[in-house]
Structures are given as C-alpha cells and as structure tokens.
Design a binder for this molecule. Structure first.
Ligand code: FAD
Length: 465
C-alpha cells in the first residue's frame, strides 16, 4: 500500500510533520511504537528560543534570525553544524507562531532571559504555560480530525523493523504490530522521527565512549531505528561532543538511570553557599562562575562526571534552599525532592561518600581561610560563611543526559546521509534522532533542543513532495 509520507515516530517531531503534511491534503501513515502518541512531549518543559515571533512583536522586542544565529554560533563556539543551526533558526519564529495558532499559550512575561544556559542578549526564550504537555494537548484533537478525514492513518504499538529495498533504493518500510504481524508499506518520503537512544546504555557508550550515561527513567529512546540505520550504512556521528547537563541527583546512588531531580546550580538564581568537590576531595572550579557553559564543562571533566556539594549545619539553616531553579524552567524534570543525609564529622562524610578524607579536610580548611580573607583561590566572589559546624551534609550530583547527543546525519534538506555523505534516496530525519550535538555542538544553546525538533518536523511536513 502506498502513502505520500510515512512518518516513523509520533513524538515532538513526527506530530507537527504529520499535521503540516495533512494540512496540504497529503496521505500520511503515522507509525508509533508506543501505545499512544506524544513521545516525550508530556515530559519535556517545551523550552524554545526563537527570533521574530509574534510574541516578541507584541512586546516590542526587536529581534531577527541573523542576530539569533550570530549569538547561537558564538555560544556553541562554532562546534555545531552551521547550516542546520541556521536552518533551524530561520524557522523557529514561524514555529512559535504556529504553536500559538493551534492554541498553545505562553506566560504573559515570556519570552524571557534565563541563566540555565549561556544567555542571549535579548528575550527570545519561552515555554508553554503547561510545558510540553500543553503542546500535546493542543495537537491531539488536530490529529483526531485528520484521522477522521483519512489524511492520517495512525498505527500505534507498531514498530519499524526494516526497510524494503529494490535495486539499492529504499522504497518502503517493514513494520511489526503488537499482534506480531509484519506489514509492508511504500512511499517516496519516509521520515524518521523515532527519537533518541538514552535508554540504551550500550548504544550510548558506543557513540560516546569517553562518557558515562546518567539519565532519568522513561519509556522510549531505545535507539531501535539507530540500529536499523547502522545496518543500512547511514552515517551516525556527534557523540564525542557530549557534555551532560549538571545538577542531576541520583535517587539510588548505585543506579545510574535514576536521575530524579535537577538542583539549582545557577548562581544568578541562587548564589552557592556550599563548596563543590570532586571524588579526590578537591574543589575544581569557582562555584559561582557566571557562565553555565563553563560550569557544565568543568563538571563533565571530573571523574565519573560527578561532584559532591558539601555544606554544614550553619549553611543548612541560613542559606536559601538548594532546590530548583525558581523560574519554572526545570520543574518539568522533577519527580522527587533531594533527601539529605547528615554526617556527624567530615571523616564520616568522606568515608561514606568514598572521598579521600585528608584531601577533603585540607580543601575545607583552605576554603574557610578564603572566607576569612575574603579572597578565594578560584576567584569565587560569594563567600558567605565557613564550613565548620556539624552535622555536615553532602549531595552527590552527576552530569546527565536528556536529549541524545549522537544521531543520524542529515543535510540542509533533512535528507539522511550515508557514510559517504551521499543523500539516501527517499529517507529524511528530524528530531532527537539526528542527535542534539548536530544543532548545539559541544555547548548547550538555550531552547535549541525542543525548538529545532518541532521546526524540522514541521518543515518536512510542509515541503515533502
Ligand atoms: C524528562 C525530560 C526532560 C527533557 N527536557 C528537555 C529540555 O529541556 N530540552 C531539550 O532540548 N530536550 C529535553 N528533553 C528531550 C526532548 O524531550 C526530546 O529530545 C524530544 O522530545 C524528542 O522528540 P522526538 O520527536 O525526536 O522523539 P520523541 O518525542 O521521543 O518521540 C519518538 C517517538 O518514536 C516512537 N518510536 C521509537 N522507535 C520507533 C520505531 N522503531 N518504530 C516506530 N516508532 C518508534 C516512540 O514510540 C515515540 O513516540 C527532555 C526529555 C525528558 C525525558
């Protein structure tokens, strides 16, 4: 059976792709492994950066894609795919306008500047009032309407398992449904929007061999299509640029896939009262360094991508809570609050956390001297009080993965490339499956995960013949 588009994956990229193709009266087959559509939309905060939006115009914010691109290129230190970054930025404004058009609402004070990542010079960062879930809520009735009009045929609980090839050209897909039945469909436009692989540690280690995978638990992201891509000689790259987000706390120290909370490590939001030490017992950076990118890179350099946040009873009582960013931006990641263990001495803390005691003691003494002299070796400016009143506390924090770093290579038409950089006929890709370092390089650019995922999905739906 033939469709004008076959879209594999009904998440953040696949859904706008289906809708925009159906808007043009195309016949779309939407294939989704999960029981229901949405992918990670309902888990994501939905943070998008965009220049030239109606939202900005209504607030007299003068902004345009050239400026956004210039700043994004500087933030990523020229490590992203320049053409794809530009393509994304050129289409982000209309993507945010489209979200508004389908009924997604943004808070009155948005767009904003936030400090979770290195900042833009102007307010171009927003997320829906109801986070990613609100986008899904507004998309669901549209998809239902197109299912009724037969523009979209939706197959949930159905998985892409192979391609149909004829004379070395991919002409269709082989699917497996939940009854174990194999189905074959043909199309000149097969769009891969099947998400990432952060639930697959083996693939993660293969693509980013120097990194550790810490991640929250969620269904999906097993990298099933990455394996099919490998078999078909599609190029997969970008994993070596991976740098985890900082501030993750493991629910169970022994379980690397139990990141449950992201604590506030943003000095512009909450000045640090604690010190950060590595597993050798040493401080390794200025904890109040204003650059999010600098802090992120420093933490990722530490043994096992982890560090320990250490404080005492005096800080516990006097400091503002070290919980979450107060701008709402990270709330979407939260399931549980941090639980704190008390230690009666530094020695006990060091023993329990497997940190070198003597080194830790020296580090704390040195830090206390810095507080007294008001002059810190690392240049830290916020030195509110010494660490010397038991009990002592320690939060073990890891750099963790949300979007997958590596992905299937695509060109500016979002055509998949093979290992010789030649476009693979009939195959396109968008979303997390192309890898988030393709757009951000080695340095996180605010709002450039969710934004390009929606924008590229939408773009393919609008343009595929
Ligand atoms: C808690 C959390 C917070 C996040 N926060 C951020 C953030 O702040 N910023 C950011 O940039 N990113 C964030 N992300 C990541 C972001 O949500 C994803 O990158 C984005 O949702 C990916 O969209 P997608 O459409 O590519 O894939 P998904 O939304 O994951 O959808 C993929 C779909 O493909 C389907 N599928 C998979 N394999 C197959 C197959 N073989 N055949 C058929 N269907 C298949 C799945 O069932 C799924 O429905 C977060 C993720 C999580 C879990």
């Amino acid at each position: 059976m033939e469709f004008e588009l076959i879209i594999i994956g009904a998440g953040m990229a696949g859904l706008p792709c289906s809708i925009r193709a159906a808007d043009r009266n195309k016949k779309v087959l939407l294939v989704n492994k999960n029981k229901s559509i949405g992918g990670k939309l309902s888990r994501s905060t939905g943070q998008i950066a965009a220049a030239g939006t109606n939202l900005q115009k209504r607030q007299n914010i003068y902004d345009y894609p050239d400026l956004h691109f210039k700043e994004a290129w500087e933030i990523c230190k020229s490590t992203a795919d320049q053409k794809l970054l530009r393509l994304a930025i050129d289409h982000l404004g209309e993507t945010v306008n489209w979200l508004e058009k389908i009924g997604v609402t943004f808070p009155d004070n948005h767009p904003v500047i936030t400090y979770q990542h290195d900042i833009y010079s102007t307010r171009r960062y927003q997320w829906p009032v109801g986070f990613g879930k609100e986008i899904l809520d507004k998309i669901l009735p549209i998809i239902d309407r197109f299912i009724s009009s037969k523009n979209i045929t939706l197959l949930n609980q159905t998985t892409l398992v192979d391609f149909i090839e004829n004379n070395n050209v991919i002409e269709g897909v082989v699917l497996l449904n939940n009854e174990g039945k194999k189905l074959k469909y043909y199309s000149n436009n097969i769009v891969l929007t099947a998400g990432g692989y952060t639930n697959n540690e083996k693939l993660f280690t293969k693509y980013s061999p120097k990194s550790f995978l810490y991640t929250p638990k969620f269904n999906g992201s097993e990298g099933l299509v990455h394996k099919i891509a490998e078999r078909n000689n599609f190029k997969i790259d970008g994993g070596e640029l991976y740098k985890g987000m900082i501030g993750g706390v493991l629910q169970k120290s022994s379980d690397k896939h139990s990141v449950s909370v992201s604590i506030n490590t943003i000095p512009q939001d909450r000045q640090p009262w604690e010190i950060w030490v590595n597993s050798q017992g040493y401080r390794f950076m200025r904890e109040d360094h204003p650059s999010a990118d600098y802090r992120r890179h420093k933490v990722n350099e530490q043994n096992m991508q982890k560090f320990f946040i250490i404080f005492d009873q005096g800080i516990f009582i006097n400091a503002p809570p070290i919980s979450l960013t107060n701008d709402g931006g990270l709330k979407g990641h939260i399931n549980n609050q941090v639980s704190l263990t008390r230690y009666t001495s530094i020695k006990k803390l060091a023993y329990e956390m497997n940190i070198d005691f003597q080194a830790l003691l020296n580090t704390i003494n040195e830090y206390n001297n810095s507080v007294n002299k008001n002059n810190d070796t690392f240049g830290r400016e916020h030195l509110p009080r010494e660490i010397n009143n038991p009990p002592f506390y320690c939060i073990e924090s890891v750099a963790f993965a949300l979007p997958s770093p590596a992905g299937i290579a695509v060109n500016e038409k979002l055509q998949v490339l093979n290992n010789d950089n030649i476009p693979v006929r009939n195959i396109y890709a968008a979303g997390e499956i192309i890898g988030n370092t393709r757009i951000m390089g080695e340095h996180y650019i605010a709002g450039m995960g969710v934004g390009p995922t929606l924008a590229f999905g939408k773009l393919l739906g609008e343009n595929l013949k």
